[in-house]
Design a protein around this ligand. Structure first.
Ligand SMILES: [Zn+2]
Length: 138
């Protein structure tokens, strides 16, 4: 396999879940835990959403992703070009909170990027999405 065609893996997990993982780690929340040095990827930060029904929440997330898509794509492209094959995207939500129904944008963002890769052929390499710390159910 040529280097340009090697798959890029995107892992969505918690800060806790990212401990010990390989790859470039970034934060999808504006504030990351103390002593955590993951830079925040501002174009993936979803504004705080309260008291909205799920359809409207999904609409807001999709609007943010649509607006920022070029930046998101260029970032993933650049990381891949640097030879990094795993990008770990972290947020605060814990497995327990997600199991209790807390909203987590990881599922919407993961599906959005997967569609861009598979349906719209936005990348020249395959993109694999993986969910950790309870995000598999999103
Ligand atoms: Zn989350």
């Amino acid at each position: 396999m040529s280097k340009q065609m090697e798959p890029m893996k995107l892992v969505f997990t918690s800060y806790r879940g990212s401990i010990g993982m390989d790859g470039l780690k970034v934060s999808m929340d504006r504030h990351s835990p103390k002593l955590c040095s993951h830079p925040t990827l501002n174009y993936l930060v979803i504004p705080t959403i309260r008291n909205l029904n799920p359809a409207n929440v999904e609409r807001i997330c999709t609007a943010v992703l649509d607006n920022n898509w070029n930046l998101i794509r260029d970032f993933i492209d650049e990381v891949h070009e640097l030879g990094i094959r795993q990008l770990v995207l972290c947020c605060w939500c814990t497995k327990e909170q997600i199991a209790q129904g807390r909203f987590c944008s990881a599922g919407i963002i993961g599906r959005y990027i997967q569609d861009k890769a598979d349906r719209d052929k936005e990348f020249e390499f395959p993109v694999e999405i993986e969910y950790g710390d309870g995000r598999e159910v999103l």
